[in-house]
Design a protein around this ligand. Structure first.
Ligand SMILES: [Zn+2]
Length: 845
């Protein structure tokens, strides 16, 4: 890293730029300083069959400030895929080196240059399926498909032409200019786009159906492949209404009208992410948009949030883009932060502070409690590693930090600061520091210092609260904060201490701006000693709140005695974090949950409890403990499931029950549910749920595995889902050799192409009931990680590891991890962090 930094400052126009694979920051900085008014004119000739080549043409035009360096154009493919290069009207004497097509400087001229390239399109990021393909170029994958300057701060106008089989449809970022059918081919020509970074350039082609709606005089089209017409109809209106509501809200908040030519959406089956904010044609994951009839409140909320999130990106990310992918969190934080603001009014019955708590804190803690925690702001010397900066910290800690920022500046000042930011940098790039500079002017508070701790530093403080008393009255409160290594902490923040009593609570507000803080309570304000303390009562404070013994005992037994929903939700999360940090045992936690699940009425808290239950049951109880507690737990869940009236709660209860059920009697019940012989209290199984149940039962009832898989595959009507089931069948097999062979097959890149499928398969292989056998996969899964990062999409390395560790709680798994890292002292830091994040539980053994 040091060497690269030296190059960064050393590289001037007089020195020769090194040619390195990937997109080095030095190269990007040089190009940014020299290239402007960039345009791409791209044509792709897409055949019907996915194994046939896609011929492509690209005309790159730009102004060049100086021509004393050879020009490096990014193309992560083989040299033989370049067929012809013409530079400024003459055949180019180019060379190809380390993922770059290099034009000699003598062929370039100061001022306007035009380079025409004929090539075979690289397939890596085209997601080619039998009947459709879609591009996904974030963060630096445009260069895998066509030659370009693949960096977010060289925005360009894109002109796209596609030729596709006549029975296909094609979509791009721009408006459709012309469409011409000639025999078996149709030619689409799209209008030139506004300036876009390469990672937002996109096209989709294939067999799609459309639904169109109008809003404020503009037409919006949804492209989809859903075959269940009832499902489509049930969801379409809601999807469009969420979309329009988000658009209207954002135009108002930013004071900038929708900044691009059109806004369509494409719904992709088994899409890698929830969505991707390509301007004009945003991609969405079908399973997140088309919901089942009895969808849980969480998935309804998730959908609303997802649509708001992607729409917010049209301004935050697309109109104003980060300069480099080290600050990709910037676009994500705004999208999340604004998505919450957009979605909240549509759920007036919901406690939004509680929703915020549930949506962001558990996920952020899942990283920050580990020794692999990363700060919000990260370092990125080469874009080829950009994928590894993504993760829960970007998506979940940054909204928490942004919430703190808004509390400091005030809502209006932040809004007007953001409007200035939009206007100053529209169709260009800006950094977090640019925004802080705008906001710093509006407040007395030292935002730059604050940002150093909350944005540039990794981890979370451990916060402890101690009470001193005299005559049963509190006379002082003592608070301390430490980092993961027990050093004094410097995370300044406001705390709202809830002192809870049997039927009431009192709260104390204070600012924790030192490592140790003692608050003397004056006699006149004398307070009784509470039954429990929640130090983060408003839900905006961040850290590990270690429970004192009295609070711990009270909350484990009487969580329902905390009447305020927000306080109870926070207390639940605090309890879980105390379990993870080793201060509450698995049995204590599960027993407490069993009691509370029977009584909990708030659906957000109930969902969180059930999700904690599913993970703690399998990861914090050993097989013997599961045997002891399991039967009783099954009964409690079964009872609540059958008596629950609310369909969305029923759906979550069902999922938790199906996950933990192990007794022959209950498995038999579930088997009958799957066979449609009985229904659980009027609850009907959708195709997706029936498939998940069949897979779950195949693992728990190996003697019936074959029948379950075969019958379920036959039952599935949707062709995409049928294919998926065929793919997963060997991972569910009762035969260990077949499962081993499935794992082996994942070593072949081709079999990991649909990442969601590969991950599901990996999770089945690593089910807790197969923990011993799965230990043999673990070293190989770790071994594959480097390759996974190169070949997979941005979330794949983390998800791959997370699935690989999903069923493990043994010390052996911890030993395998430690050995792997010890034997590789030079292992890439970013991947090492991912391993430390996902193996936290087993490394604590
Ligand atoms: Zn996003």
């Amino acid at each position: 890293m040091i060497i690269i930094c030296t190059l960064l400052t050393a590289c001037t126009n007089n020195q020769i730029l090194p040619v390195e694979s990937g997109v080095a920051k030095t190269l990007a900085d040089y190009r940014k300083a020299n290239i402007s008014n960039l345009e791409y004119d791209l044509s792709f000739d897409i055949p019907e069959f996915k194994n046939e080549e896609i011929p492509g043409k690209n005309t790159i035009s730009f102004d060049l400030l100086s021509a004393n360096q050879d020009l490096q154009i990014d193309f992560r493919e083989n040299a033989n895929k370049i067929h012809n290069v013409i530079c400024n009207g003459k055949s180019s004497n180019y060379r190809f080196e380390s993922e770059h097509l290099i034009i000699p400087k003598k062929e370039l001229s100061v001022g306007r240059n035009t380079i025409k390239i004929e090539f075979t399109t690289g397939n890596t990021s085209l997601n080619r399926n039998d009947e459709f393909l879609y591009t996904l170029f974030v963060p630096d994958r445009a260069r895998t498909a066509f030659p370009c300057f693949d960096q977010p701060n060289l925005k360009a106008e894109f002109q796209l032409n596609l030729s596709v089989p006549s029975h296909w449809k094609a979509m791009g970022n721009g408006k459709l200019n012309t469409m011409k059918e000639e025999g078996k081919r149709t030619f689409y020509s799209f209008a030139k786009t506004k300036p876009l970074p390469t990672y937002l350039f996109s096209f989709v082609a294939g067999k799609f159906k459309t639904v169109t709606r109008e809003h404020n005089g503009k037409k919006h089209t949804m492209y989809h492949r859903e075959t269940d017409l009832e499902k489509l109809e049930r969801n379409s209106d809601e999807i469009f209404s969420l979309l329009f509501q988000s658009l209207d809200w954002l135009e108002d908040y930013t004071d900038v009208p929708y900044p691009f030519a059109k806004y369509d959406i494409v719904v992709i089956p088994s899409f890698q992410y929830g969505g991707m904010e390509h301007t004009g044609a945003t991609l969405y994951n079908a399973s997140k948009l088309f919901l089942d009839k009895n969808a849980s409140k969480n998935s309804i909320l998730y959908r609303a949030n997802l649509i708001a999130h992607e729409t917010a990106h049209m301004w935050f990310g697309d109109l104003v883009t980060m300069k480099w992918f080290d600050q990709v969190w910037l676009k994500e934080v705004f999208a999340n932060f604004l998505a919450d603001k957009i979605t909240n009014p549509s759920f007036p019955e919901m406690n939004h502070d509680l929703k915020f708590q549930m949506a962001h804190f558990p996920s952020s803690f899942s990283i920050d409690r580990t020794s692999g925690a990363n700060p919000v702001n990260q370092v990125l010397p080469n874009l080829k590693d950009a994928g590894t900066v993504y993760g829960a910290i970007i998506y979940h800690k940054s909204p928490i930090v942004m919430n703190m920022l808004e509390n400091i500046t005030g809502e209006e000042a932040l809004k007007s600061g953001l409007q200035t930011y939009m206007k100053n940098y529209e169709y260009g790039n800006a950094s977090w520091e640019d925004l802080i500079a705008i906001l710093d002017a509006t407040t007395e508070f030292d935002l730059k210092e604050w940002s150093k701790v909350w944005v540039d530093k990794a981890g979370r403080p451990t916060i402890e609260c101690e009470i001193g008393s005299e005559n049963d009255k509190i006379n002082y409160l003592y608070l301390s904060q430490k980092d993961i290594n027990e050093n004094k902490g410097n995370w300044t923040q406001d705390l709202n201490l809830v002192l809870g009593y049997k039927d009431s609570f009192k709260s104390v507000n204070l600012t924790l701006d030192e490592a140790e803080l003692e608050v003397i309570i004056a006699e006149s304000r004398s307070l009784d000693i509470p039954d429990y303390i929640i130090p983060n009562g408003k839900g905006d404070a961040y850290g590990f709140f270690r429970l004192d013994e009295k609070s711990k005992q009270f909350l484990l037994k009487n969580l329902d005695g905390v009447k305020d929903d927000l306080h109870r939700g926070i207390a639940l999360i605090n309890l879980y974090e105390n379990l993870r940090e080793g201060f509450v045992s698995g049995t204590e936690f599960i027993t407490a949950l069993e009691n509370q699940i029977a009584k909990e009425q708030n659906s957000l808290i109930l969902e969180r409890m059930l999700s904690y239950l599913k993970s703690a049951y399998w990861l914090d109880l050993n097989a013997d403990e599961r045997k002891q507690i399991g039967a009783q737990l099954e009964e409690s869940l079964w009872f609540r499931l059958n008596t629950e009236k609310d369909m969305s709660k029923k759906s979550s209860l069902y999922s938790a029950f199906a996950s933990i059920a192990q007794s022959p009697e209950k498995l038999d019940q579930l088997y009958k549910v799957w066979k449609e012989e009985i229904a659980i209290g009027g609850f009907s199984l959708s195709e997706t749920k029936a498939t998940a149940l069949a897979c779950n039962l195949a693992i728990k009832m190996p003697e019936k595995a074959e029948e379950l898989i075969k019958t379920q595959t036959e039952r599935i009507k949707n062709p995409d889902r049928k294919k998926k089931m065929n793919f997963l069948a060997p991972a569910l097999s009762a035969d260990q050799d077949v499962r081993m062979a499935f794992f082996e097959s994942l070593k072949n890149e081709e079999n990991r192409q649909i990442e969601r499928w590969a991950l599901d398969g990996l999770r089945y292989l690593n089910h807790p009931l197969r923990e011993k056998e799965a230990l043999t996969y673990l070293p190989q899964a770790l071994e594959l990680l480097k390759e996974i990062q190169i070949t997979g999409d941005i979330f794949f390395p983390y998800n791959w590891l997370s699935a690989s560790y999903s069923g493990h709680q043994s010390k052996e798994a911890g030993d395998i991890t430690r050995r792997f890292l010890n034997e590789r002292p030079d292992y890439p830091e970013n991947l090492k962090l991912k391993i430390l994040q996902t193996s936290d539980l087993v490394r604590r053994k």
